[in-house]
Ligand binder design. Sequence first.
Ligand SMILES: CC(C)(COP(=O)(O)OP(=O)(O)OC[C@H]1O[C@@H](n2cnc3c(N)ncnc32)[C@H](O)[C@@H]1OP(=O)(O)O)[C@@H](O)C(=O)NCCC(=O)NCCS
Length: 184
Amino acid sequence: MTETATLNIRHAVAADARALAHHMAEWFLAAYSHASSAGNLASFVTTNFSPQKQAAEISNPQIVTLVAEAGSDMVGYAQLRFATPAPPSITEPGSAEVGRFYLAPTHHGRGTAALLMRAVRAAARERDRRWLWLLVWQQAPQAIRFYEKQGFKKTGDAVFMVGDDRKADWVMHAPAADITDSSQ
Ligand SMILES: CC(C)(COP(=O)(O)OP(=O)(O)OC[C@H]1O[C@@H](n2cnc3c(N)ncnc32)[C@H](O)[C@@H]1OP(=O)(O)O)[C@@H](O)C(=O)NCCC(=O)NCCS
């Protein structure tokens, strides 16, 4: 199924902080609550997904938060981070991190993710970044498959902390050029 024409992707604004924090927690738990203890999940959600934290990230000039909306419903979001130190396996200068990339479960498999990644790539190029990198859990086959379809390749390994739970991640990278436009 492909996405309908009503999908809108825009930069988050301060007024989005509360809804964004709510959906961040909701979609993280929908995807990964099976993978860590309740205590570690609660610690991760509290640390990362408060409205205050999202307000700070939205106003941070080194972070771009994009939200995808279907009508008035927020159905996905992504965060690009420009100042995060890249892992050692990322050697291209001026790479930007795709720090978070999540859809509502109702929007999986509908083409929304490709549209959101296209917007992420455009936002990276607007800041003169030529490469993207990200971390993905090794046991997240749906996300890995999506990133591979988007041209991401594994460059190394990393540890991602969920509370005090050490998750074995892959580091992946891809050009920021739009994969549907070979002229870029
Ligand atoms: C990652 C995410 C944004 C991708 O969006 P999506 O709409 O699922 O992406 P797509 O449908 O385009 O691609 C997913 C692919 O994985 C495949 N897939 C789905 N479940 C799978 C599974 N359990 N094992 C292997 N492949 C799987 C799909 O069939 C599809 O591949 P195909 O197009 O070759 O058939 C979305 O799944 C999501 O929000 N997941 C939860 C959050 C998350 O993990 N984010 C990434 C954090 S690093």
